[in-house]
Every structure is written in structure tokens, then in C-alpha cells.
Design a protein around this ligand. Structure first.
Ligand code: FDA
Length: 426
């Protein structure tokens, strides 16, 4: 016959543990199933081991989804302040690092222990490690065939997250089971992920691997989605963040942010000197002596970047967009004395610095992504309970839902908020 529960939660990660704990503390019989050997590996490795567990400024504006309003109800019902109350109750201390991002003072292990203790306080039953072979519908709920025997439950919660970092056990389980019950899926993609370029075109910039600087990045949606329907995501995205050159392309927080908006075929635009008028600065510096153009740039950039970028940007076959005539203006500029450089060429250089437009050819994929975007279509779910409209009793929470946060603690906040909304509704 197997064990019978009020609710079975598959996936003991951030959202799954939260939902199980909340439901169990309400008196429900809950089983939490996970195929991993170690509990909540993504929480453990997150935020460099200190878990950026929320962001003080979390609001629907920092989430991407076909329906950007979907997350509103869950975030309102359980926001960053509520999670902080939970941490206070468990005597976990934290600090703010950057723009509202909160990290544990000690280690991310303290977040895992909070959730584990909450589950234990409610009497959650654990099945771990335990793989689920199949899921079926029965008259009064769901039947799960697991490697440790069958489990029956009136309600089933899919909380296995996204496909980022498959080397750590991430799977498409929630999407597969959602599809089995007829739920539509928004095509999943790696997000918060480095962007890559054609290796031949990137070669001139590969020497810059390791160089980092603050830039302004922007992206404009090139084409409508969904067979011509108006895209529901924001059309223009812009971030002022650090950029990191790598051997294969670009990374760093700014690129991770923009990658969630980027689609194959779209260009990205980078202002390499935000907040400064480079045309004016370069032309004004002409009177300042014998320095070369590269040396003048090295006063505002890392020297390696000034020299190599200027040389690479003047080459014809790079990953850049743009007018070949403009590119010719940059050829040989690096070694030219600033005083000898025509204003016209310096203005072309400044235009290139403020509007470096690149065509990435791909992403570094799920192996390097922090999250998966896309997932179970929000139109399929009730925003208060995360329950399927099509298949009553089936809930989907966390990253498996088509709600993707920006970098900076927003994805965990969505896991907590959607987990609590579901746990209260089970
Ligand atoms: P989560 O991935 O937490 O949990 C899913 C669980 O399901 C796992 O325990 C897994 O073992 C289990 N599972 C998977 N397939 C299964 C199957 N077939 N059967 C049974 N169990 C299965 N976010 C943030 O806000 N701040 C941060 O600092 C970071 N940092 C960060 C670093 C790195 C390297 C990564 C990869 C990701 C982040 N994130 C992040 C993102 C964050 O980790 C992520 O969005 C949440 O963990 C999602 O919570 P979920 O509960 O949905 O999935």
C-alpha cells in the first residue's frame, strides 16, 4: 500500500523545505523527497558560501516572467522582512553587502539548518536520498513510485528547481511531471550565465581574461515572442554593474544580469566608461603633452584593457556591430600620440567606448548558469496557492515556475515566497 500523506513535496531545496515546513507546522502530514545525498547543495554553494538569501528591495520589478505580475501576491504575503523574522527567531545574523543584498555572517549552512529545524518542528518525514521513478493520479490524490517504495499523497508539490548545474544533480523533473499532467511550459533557458562569442572573433579580446571594470550594459528585445504576440517582458533592460573578460567571452555580475534578457541573435550594448564624456575628455587631454591615446585611456581604465581593447577594437573581424568606416577610425590609434590624433578619430573612439555593441553567439550553458529561466507557465497556476488550474492538487514552486529573479538574492526570495504561499494553501 505504501505510506499515505496529506502532501508530498519533491525537491528538498529552498522552496521545497519552506513549503514542507509551513504545511507541517499547520498540522499536515508531509513527506519531503529528494534524490540527493546532501541536503540543499545550491543553498550551500550560493553567495560564495554565505548565501545571498534575499534582497531588501525585492519587488515584482526584479523578476522576469511572461506574466511579470504573477509573483506579486506571494511576495506581498511573504517578503524579505518575513524571512528576516525567521532568521532572528533562529539567531542567525547577516549583513548587507551591496544594494540591499543580504548575506549570512557565518555560512550558508545556517540557512539550511533553519529550514531543517523548521521541518523537524512540524514533523516532516524525510525520504532522502530517494529517486522518484513515476508519478500517477489516483481518485484521491497522487501515487509516487520511488526507489524506497510507493508513496500516496492527497497533494503533490513539484519543487525540484531548475536545470542549472546538472553536475550537482539538477534535473528537469518538475517540468517533465508538469507536462505529464498537461501543463504548458515556457521554454527553459540558462540564465544568469556568462555569454560567449565565436572563438575566432573573440581571439583579440581573449588576452583580456581576468580584467574587470564597472560598465553600463543594456539590451533591447529584438523580436516579439510567442508567434508575434507582444512580449510581456520589459523591452529594454539596463544595469550598471561589473563586467569581467574571460577566455571565451564576457562574465561578471553585469553580464549575468543581461544574459537573462538576451536571446540568440540579439546584440548587447556596453558603455565602457559610464558617467564620463570620453569625447570631451580625450579632446581636452590633447593639450596635455606627449602621451599616447592608449596611455590617456589607461588613466581611466586598467592599463591592460586600455592597450589590448584599443588594438582589438580596431580590427576588422571582431564580434562587434557597426560601421566599418567607424572601425577604420580606430585602427592604429593605440600608439598614436594624443596630440596628433584628429578630433574626428577621438570622437569615433569615444562613440565606440560608450556604445560597444556586441553580438554574443551563445551562453556558457546550464553548467555555468546560476538559474534556469522559463519553466511552468504562470498562466497554469493560481498565484496565491501555486496550484495548477488544470490539475487540482498539483502545485509547482520555486525555480521550476516561469519566474526568474535578477542576480542579488531575488531567486531565493522567490523560493521562500512561493514556498510559503504553497505551504499555507496545501
Ligand atoms: P533548489 O535547486 O534549491 O532545490 C531543488 C531540489 O530538488 C534539490 O535539493 C535537488 O536535489 C532536488 N531534485 C532535483 N531533481 C530531482 C529529482 N529528479 N528527484 C528528486 N529530487 C530532485 N540565488 C540567490 O537568490 N542568491 C544567491 O546567492 C544565489 N547563488 C547561487 C549560486 C549558484 C552557483 C547557483 C547555481 C545558484 C544560485 N542562486 C542564488 C539561485 C538559487 O540557488 C536557486 O534559484 C534556488 O535554489 C531555487 O530554489 P528551488 O527550491 O526552486 O530549487
Amino acid at each position: 500500500m505504501g505510506d499515505r500523506f496529506d502532501a508530498a513535496v519533491v525537491g528538498a531545496g529552498a522552496a521545497g523545505m519552506m513549503a514542507a515546513a509551513v504545511a507541517a507546522r499547520r498540522g499536515l502530514r508531509v513527506v519531503l523527497i529528494d534524490h540527493a545525498e546532501r541536503l540543499a547543495e545550491k543553498i550551500r554553494i550560493s553567495g560564495g558560501g554565505r548565501c545571498n538569501f534575499t534582497n531588501l528591495g525585492a519587488s515584482p520589478a526584479q523578476f522576469l516572467s511572461r506574466n511579470p505580475d504573477f509573483c506579486r501576491s506571494a511576495l506581498r504575503a511573504y517578503g524579505p522582512g518575513d524571512f528576516l523574522d525567521l532568521l532572528r527567531a533562529h539567531r542567525v545574523s547577516w549583513h548587507e553587502k551591496h544594494r540591499g543584498q543580504l548575506f549570512c555572517d557565518d555560512s550558508s549552512e545556517s540557512i539550511i539548518q533553519v529550514l531543517r529545524r523548521e521541518c523537524e518542528a512540524g514533523g516532516v518525514r524525510w525520504r532522502m536520498p530517494c529517486a522518484v521513478r513515476a508519478v500517477g493520479r489516483e481518485a484521491d490524490g497522487f501515487r509516487l513510485d520511488t526507489v524506497t517504495g510507493p508513496i500516496r499523497a492527497a497533494r503533490l508539490v513539484l519543487a525540484t528547481g531548475g536545470m542549472a548545474i546538472p553536475q550537482m544533480g539538477a534535473t528537469d523533473f518538475s517540468l517533465r511531471i508538469a507536462r505529464q499532467f498537461g501543463l504548458r511550459i515556457v521554454e527553459p533557458r540558462p540564465a544568469l550565465v556568462p555569454l560567449t562569442f565565436d572563438p575566432d572573433q573573440w581571439r583579440p579580446y581573449a588576452a583580456l581574461a581576468g580584467v574587470s571594470l564597472e560598465v553600463r550594459l543594456s539590451h533591447e528585445a529584438a523580436a516579439p515572442e510567442d508567434g508575434g504576440k507582444r512580449p510581456r517582458r520589459p523591452v529594454r533592460a539596463e544595469f550598471l554593474e561589473d563586467l569581467l573578460f574571460t577566455h571565451r567571452g564576457l562574465s561578471g555580475p553585469g553580464i549575468l544580469q543581461i544574459s537573462s534578457h538576451w536571446r540568440p541573435g540579439d546584440p548587447i550594448r556596453i558603455d565602457l566608461s559610464p558617467g564620463r564624456d570620453m569625447a570631451e575628455a580625450l579632446v581636452a587631454a590633447k593639450t596635455g603633452g606627449r602621451q599616447t591615446v592608449a596611455a590617456a585611456l589607461a588613466q581611466v581604465w586598467p592599463r591592460r584593457l586600455a592597450e589590448a581593447w584599443l588594438g582589438a577594437a580596431g580590427q576588422a573581424a571582431g564580434p562587434e556591430a557597426g560601421d566599418a568606416r567607424d572601425r577604420r577610425e580606430l585602427e592604429g590609434l593605440a600608439g598614436l600620440r594624443l596630440a596628433d590624433a584628429p578630433d574626428r578619430r577621438l570622437r569615433a573612439l569615444a562613440g565606440h567606448i560608450h556604445g560597444w555593441t556586441l553580438w554574443p553567439t551563445g551562453t556558457a550553458g546550464y553548467k555555468k548558469a546560476e538559474v534556469m529561466s522559463g519553466g511552468v507557465d504562470t498562466d497554469e497556476l493560481d498565484q496565491r496557492s501555486l496550484e495548477s488550474r488544470r490539475c487540482p492538487g498539483l502545485h509547482v514552486i520555486g525555480e521550476a515556475v516561469d519566474v526568474t529573479g535578477w542576480l542579488g538574492g531575488y531567486n531565493f526570495q522567490w523560493a521562500w515566497s512561493s514556498g510559503v504561499a504553497c505551504g499555507r494553501a496545501l
